[in-house]
Design a protein around this ligand. Structure first.
Ligand code: PEP
Ligand code: MN
Length: 341
């Protein structure tokens, strides 16, 4: 349930409602908007009656939240969440572009890619050091050496780093190097991992599981949020369908659906969403046109030599074209949004 306070309710009235909820044995989550404060009741609250809260001073209304996700829900937090990844804003009116190779393969490969994606306008550098590969015989990533190379690229080019963490015991190490921790599609329902990253102070990029519903994905976000970490961005990276031509089917519906259901930023991944480099730019345009807050794109200077995901990696010059196109679409949408206001 959420308790919506009247515009300009007194602090003492807000406090009294919070105390009342806590005395009943529930946690609260406060969302302070420009106009009004919303108090979320966190926990199994079906036994509570909204009418009992509506009689309290300063309360405008109390309503049941129909979704099982709470802190992630837009009902709890009507305004877009905006946060920074080491100085780079994510969410709200910002267009955030993350790019880099699927895997960190060598110092030369990563530095070359970092220079190119920065030049093309990327804000955050991606690159996997610990790789979740379908086959145990495939390249598994450089591990700690990969993290060190990412650290060097960050220092040299001033780009914050997003990289995947696959297990709870690696969270402290990966968090030493990463500015944003990526939870991969295969780990979306690893609840021990979600709890571990929820206890860090690092922003999280939570990829959608390849066979997960939107609700399961938001419940995964709820694990992170309910452990105290409120900087979570969602990443639509395609789901498994009956179509074998593409690696996954990017669920374009999920972009506007997430803008409605949640206040969390939504980032689209046209690389894993298609699996084919020639589809990446058109699908990236669609992602931004559908209202996403940004993109994560795989870029490799020599895709034919890539140790993972070469078929879906863009060469730097093609990536530069993608950035120009999506920026034009984004600017047009922003103009329209401001004209409506
Ligand atoms: C990746 O980003 O390289 C990756 C493994 O992505 P996903 O978890 O979406 O498959
Ligand atoms: Mn990849």
């Amino acid at each position: 349930m959420i308790v919506v306070m009247k515009a300009h309710a007194e602090e003492s009235e807000i406090d009294a409602v919070v105390q009342r909820i806590q005395r009943l044995g529930f946690n609260t989550h406060l969302s302070r908007g420009v106009e009004r404060t919303i108090i979320g009741i966190v926990g199994a609250d079906h036994s509570l009656n909204p009418g009992n809260f509506e009689v309290l001073a300063g309360v405008e209304r109390a309503v049941r939240v129909l979704h099982p996700f709470k802190i992630a829900s837009r009902d709890f937090h009507p305004e877009d969440s905006v946060f920074e990844v080491s100085g780079v804003p994510v969410g709200g009116d910002h267009l955030t572009i993350m790019a880099g190779p699927c895997s960190v393969e060598s110092r030369e490969q990563l530095l070359e890619t970092a220079a190119a994606v920065k030049e093309a306008g990327a804000h955050i550098l991606r690159g996997g050091a610990y790789k979740p590969r379908t086959s145990p015989y495939s390249f598994q990533g450089l591990g700690l050496r990969g993290l060190e190379i990412l650290g060097e690229a960050k220092e040299r080019y001033g780009l914050p780093i997003v990289t995947e963490v696959m297990s709870p015991d690696l969270v402290p190490l990966v968090a030493e190097y990463a500015d944003m921790l990526q939870i991969g599609a295969r780990s979306m329902q690893n609840y021990a991992l979600l709890q571990a990253v929820g206890k860090t102070n690092k922003p999280i990029l939570l990829k959608r599981g390849m066979m997960s519903t939107m609700q399961e994905w938001l419940m995964a976000a709820e694990y992170i949020l309910s452990n105290g970490n409120d900087r979570v961005a969602l990443c639509e990276r395609g789901i498994r369908t009956f179509e074998p031509y593409t690696r996954n089917t990017l669920d374009i519906n999920a972009i506007p659906a997430m803008r409605t259901l949640t206040h969390l930023p939504i980032i689209g991944d046209p690389s894993h969403g298609t699996g084919k480099w020639e589809l990446v730019t058109p699908v990236a345009r669609a992602i931004i046109a559908a209202g996403a807050n940004g993109l994560i794109v795989e870029v490799h200077p020599r895709p034919e030599e890539a140790l993972s995901d070469g078929a879906q990696s863009l060469k730097p010059e093609r990536f530069a074209g993608l950035v120009r196109q999506v920026r034009a679409i984004y600017d047009l949408l922003q103009e329209e949004r401001h004209a409506e206001e």
